[in-house]
Design a protein around this ligand. Structure first.
Ligand code: ATP
Ligand code: FE2
Length: 328
């Protein structure tokens, strides 16, 4: 099959056309706020303004590869989790396309799309997935018909915690990559709150404590300590999910996964436990249209499609609410 998918849960508006073999075409337009973080309404306005252009570009790209609109079997869109206004804008575009081409609509859970694109683009088969992005931080694994959440943040996502701290330190958005560079200049660890409650995590207090620590420590030292603390927390929860499930693979997903220190810490933990560690190419790690199109394709092939009337979005859409119809 061939599916066109649209992602737009937050700042990244991206459409892709995929088949079982590969990504045929992808087109992206990024909303970047002039100041501060994401303004939900502005992001939605951005998506509304550029949706038709992004879709036109992806169709043109596919045409160059010999794939025409009549080859498209279904339209997929991210149903959530994400910013309500952004989700509704993208869903509207998806419905319009489904009606225009007279093909089914597929509503995709954004978190599960991160996992499935990782399973597609790495050798991982049945991994424990660590999904760490701006808004999300979760440890997931498949068990009896669903992807279960083994641990997650109780407040903000790790990326947002980094971005919030970075803003308080006068760094520009997104803060994660800047923190990574500054952290490389230090090995001086300042104690910061390490908050793991059972299998769950909390990053809000950590971010605030890091801001507080700037008053009496260098920015490099605080960046280093913030990374070491936050990554130790998520590696601990990932390791315990491995022990609990008995699985033998770890898959990394989400924008924070770009961080080389995080990868190094995960790699060390995986080596110690003799499990394999999988990192997709960068273009499949952050939010991307290809992952929505790909899970859309799996769901379409499984007959898991939506009527227009039932295609509402869900800003709090949980991955463990989804019956996995596409695996044997
Ligand atoms: P989602 O909607 O899934 O929450 P998102 O909109 O936050 O995703 P992503 O691309 O998955 O988008 O992640 C962006 C986040 O990743 C930002 O918070 C950014 O600071 C963080 N990030 C990017 N690169 C790095 C890095 N090298 N180190 C740490 N954090 C990073
Ligand atoms: Fe994401």
């Amino acid at each position: 099959g061939t599916v066109l998918g649209i992602e737009g849960t937050a700042w990244n508006l991206s459409a892709a056309i995929v088949n079982e073999k590969d990504v045929i075409a992808e087109a992206t337009d990024i909303y970047s706020p002039a100041t501060g973080g994401i303004h939900p309404r502005e992001a939605a306005q951005h998506h509304a303004k550029y949706a038709s252009m992004v879709i036109r570009k992806v169709l043109e790209g596919a045409k160059e590869k010999g794939v025409s609109p009549s080859d498209i079997d279904a339209i997929a869109f991210s149903r959530g989790p994400g910013l309500g206004a952004c989700l509704r804008t993208v869903a509207t575009a998806a419905r319009t396309l489904a009606i225009t081409y007279d093909v089914p609509l597929v509503g995709v859970n954004h978190c599960l799309a991160h996992i499935e694109v990782g399973r597609w683009k790495t050798p991982a088969r049945d991994p424990v997935t660590l999904y760490v992005s701006g808004a999300n931080s979760q440890v997931l694994a498949y068990r009896m018909g669903r992807y279960r959440v083994f641990g997650e943040t109780l407040d903000i996502g790790l990326g947002n915690a980094f971005d919030k701290f970075a803003r308080s330190a006068g760094l520009t958005h997104p803060g994660g990559p800047k923190i990574e560079q500054l952290a490389k200049k230090s090995t001086n660890y300042i104690p910061l709150p390490y908050v793991v409650k059972g299998m769950d995590l909390s990053f809000s207090g950590l971010s605030t404590a890091a801001t507080e620590a700037l008053k009496s420590n260098s920015l490099e030292d605080v960046c280093y300590s913030l990374q070491e603390t936050a990554f130790a927390m998520i590696v601990e929860v990932t390791e315990r999910a491995l022990a609990h499930t008995g699985k033998s693979e770890v898959l990394l997903a989400g924008g924070v996964g770009a961080n080389m220190r995080l990868r190094e810490m995960l790699d060390i933990m995986c080596n110690d436990r003799r499990v394999s560690f999988h990192v997709p190419e960068k273009r499949f790690m952050g939010d991307n249209g290809a992952m929505i199109a790909y899970l859309g394709l799996l769901m379409y092939e499984a007959g898991d499609v939506l009527s227009i009337e039932n295609s509402h979005v869900n800003p709090n859409f949980r991955p463990d609410d989804v019956d996995v119809t596409w695996l044997e």
